[in-house]
Design a protein around this ligand. Structure first.
Ligand code: URA
Length: 240
């Protein structure tokens, strides 16, 4: 990989800023000053430094975001804020994108990465990755709803959903539930409750596969995935 590309990919600066750093002899490769950005380096072996800082090469980023309501699960939009607006420069240079979508008004766990293969695998219907949501429902959720969701319900376009697990936490005129589904149809949870005559008034994703929303992660904040979470991602990618 070209030295200047490696440095800008790692967020050291723009191409122009990197050029200036090189010109000013701030960059060393294996302890020798290099001024030519077109020099090819082995990004995994060579020791690249800017000043005293060693620049470690990393191709991918994997982030857990606690998505707040009011943000679109997209990379850009002309009208609304997107989840990318919540990220800082330390990760933006990786050009991360959301893995699937949460509605604008949905909160909770959203993974962001620039690893297209992982995103594809996590979202693949064949993988049956479980997604668990906490929901507040207008209407009394009953055992009949649990049975209906287990059997599959017909949503507005005629599609019959795959078996889903509904746990009733509170059954009242306003109910609280946890719902686990293995699909990701547009507005799926809202449409499933509509199919049984109820309305979702608050929705938060708690889990995707083996990745659970970190209770210490404040709303609007993000953190890199842990080793254990990354191991799960590797497994998903391998199980093609
Ligand atoms: N189901 C929905 O209805 N909305 C979401 O954001 C996620 C799942």
């Amino acid at each position: 990989m070209r030295l200047d590309k490696m440095l800008s990919n790692m967020g050291v600066g723009t191409r122009k800023e990197v050029k200036t750093l090189l010109k000013k002899k701030h960059v060393t490769v294996n302890h020798k000053v290099v001024k030519d950005g077109s020099k090819h380096i082995d990004e995994n072996e060579d020791i690249v430094k800017v000043g005293d800082n060693v620049i470690h090469y990393q191709e991918f980023t994997y982030l857990m975001l606690h998505k707040p309501a009011g943000f679109l699960s997209a990379t850009k939009d002309n009208h609304d804020k997107t989840v990318i607006d919540l990220l800082k420069n330390d990760v933006l240079h990786f050009k991360p994108f959301p893995v699937g979508r949460l509605d604008k008004d949905t909160e909770g766990l959203l993974l962001l990465t620039n690893d297209g293969d992982l995103a594809h695998q996590l979202l693949s219907p064949a993988k049956n990755v479980e997604k668990t949501y906490f929901a507040r429902i207008r209407g009394k959720v009953t055992v009949e709803d649990t049975e209906a969701f287990k059997a599959g319900v017909e949503i507005d376009d005629g599609y019959v959903t795959k078996p889903a697990e509904l746990e009733i936490l509170q059954s009242a005129s306003q109910s609280e539930v946890e719902l686990t589904i293995t699909e990701g149809k547009f507005h799926q949870v809202k449409r499933m409750f509509k199919a049984v005559g109820k309305e979702v008034i608050y929705l938060k994703r708690l889990r995707m596969g083996e990745i659970t929303l970190d209770p210490a992660l404040q709303i609007g904040k993000y953190r890199p995935l842990t080793e254990a979470e990354l191991t799960y991602c590797e497994q998903i990618k391998k199980s093609k």
